[in-house]
Design a protein around this ligand. Structure first.
Ligand SMILES: NC(=O)c1ccc[n+]([C@@H]2O[C@H](COP(=O)([O-])OP(=O)(O)OC[C@H]3O[C@@H](n4cnc5c(N)ncnc54)[C@H](O)[C@@H]3O)[C@@H](O)[C@H]2O)c1
Length: 339
């Protein structure tokens, strides 16, 4: 049985605990959060025996084999390096890191200490994107020419859901998913980026963050794509995300609208809701949805020894390309990605 520790017991740390509790090959053995009550609450709910408030103490004392790092976007670096030094395999939440220095530190430490790292870029398990990848790989779309990907969140995510919005960016929070998905679908690396950003809506709401980035990506084999990331879509949208994607090949096209699946709507006298039945739902009390599938895959591949579906190198390249997008948006100039 693979013994798992979770560092970061927030919204998404609990998602990790949920799937490890169900997986037949894993067991939650430890949880850590700076907020002791938060860690203790999750420990009680998932029957986790060891509770810590200091990840260094966890790494020194716990018998875990692998660690899930589920701290805020900008706080993955030190923890991932310490886990590598302690010889722990790890699943790091996306993005792998938010600075060039942290990306390189993590990769070097993982390689030096020979630990396995996956990053939770889970869009690769999303049913429509997986079908798109299969169609591209079968060759029926011909050579991929262009792509468009809009991945936006409602305002509530930035204003209420996250307490660390200003320390991150919509490019880290959602752009990392967009960019990883486009790299995967194009089967190519981003060579040059051109980005324009816009601010103001979040600042008026008292949050110091950029609202929107519109980015053009040039891939090394000649494909081009546009990527839109914002967290200012209206709170009235019954879906948290606004997701539109179009991939155009020389012989065919894929069009995805994953924002409003038409599988189920729920109406009452005062509300209309579109229940989540694809991302992070439960059926007969069991966790389902592609947000759990990526974490399940991490456990499966650790147990089988097969390669991860998202490698550490994938995630490192995604973060380095996002840093180039930020530089382009700041300078209003095209920027070559430095890998
Ligand atoms: N895969 C996805 O689609 C997805 C969805 C949501 C969040 N996430 C990612 O998961 C990560 C966490 O997001 P969240 O929404 O759970 O945030 P959150 O704020 O709800 O939880 C983060 C937790 O980490 C704890 N923490 C911070 N520093 C710590 C430290 N040094 N040691 C121990 N605990 C520490 C905080 O106290 C907090 O409880 C982020 O990287 C986020 O981008 C991924």
């Amino acid at each position: 049985m693979l013994k798992i520790a979770i560092i970061g017991a927030g919204v998404w740390g609990e998602t990790h605990a949920g799937i490890y509790a169900e997986h037949l090959g894993t067991k939650n053995v430890a949880i850590c959060d700076l907020n002791e009550k938060r860690a203790a609450d999750v420990a009680r709910k998932y029957d986790i025996p060891e509770v810590y408030t200091d990840y260094k103490e966890l790494l020194a004392k716990s018998c875990c084999d692998a660690v899930s790092i589920v701290t805020p976007d900008h706080l993955h670096g030190d923890i991932a390096v310490a886990c590598a030094q302690a010889g722990k395999d790890m699943l790091i939440e996306k993005p792998i890191a938010t600075s060039r220095e942290d990306v390189h530190r993590i990769v070097e430490a993982a390689n030096k200490h020979r630990v396995r790292v996956m990053v939770d870029l889970h869009n690769r398990w999303s049913p429509p994107f997986s079908a798109a990848k299969d169609a591209i790989e079968s060759g029926e779309l011909g050579t991929i020419q262009t792509g468009y990907f809009r991945l936006n969140d409602i305002k509530w995510v930035a204003t209420d859901m996250l307490s660390w919005t200003s320390e991150s960016s919509i490019l880290w929070f959602l752009g990392s998913h967009s960019l990883d998905t486009l790299r995967w679908l194009f089967d190519d690396e981003v060579k040059r980026v051109y980005s324009v950003s816009k601010s103001g809506v979040m600042e008026e709401l008292g949050i110091n963050t950029t609202d929107t980035y519109l980015t053009t990506l040039e891939f090394s084999k000649g494909g081009i794509a546009q990527m839109e990331n914002a967290w200012i879509t209206p709170n009235g949208n019954p879906c948290l995300n606004d997701i539109k994607c179009n991939i155009l090949g020389s012989k065919g096209m894929i069009a995805i609208d994953a924002s409003n699946h038409n599988l189920i709507q729920k109406y009452t006298d005062s509300t209309v809701q579109v229940p989540d039945v694809l991302v992070r739902n439960t059926i007969h009390g069991k966790v389902k949805g592609f947000a759990y599938e990526s974490i399940r895959s991490f456990a499966d591949k650790l147990i089988s020894g097969e390669p991860f579906i998202v490698s550490m190198e994938d995630a490192a390249k995604t973060s380095l390309a996002i840093l180039a997008i930020m530089e382009s948006a700041d300078t209003r100039m095209p920027v070559d990605v430095r890998y």
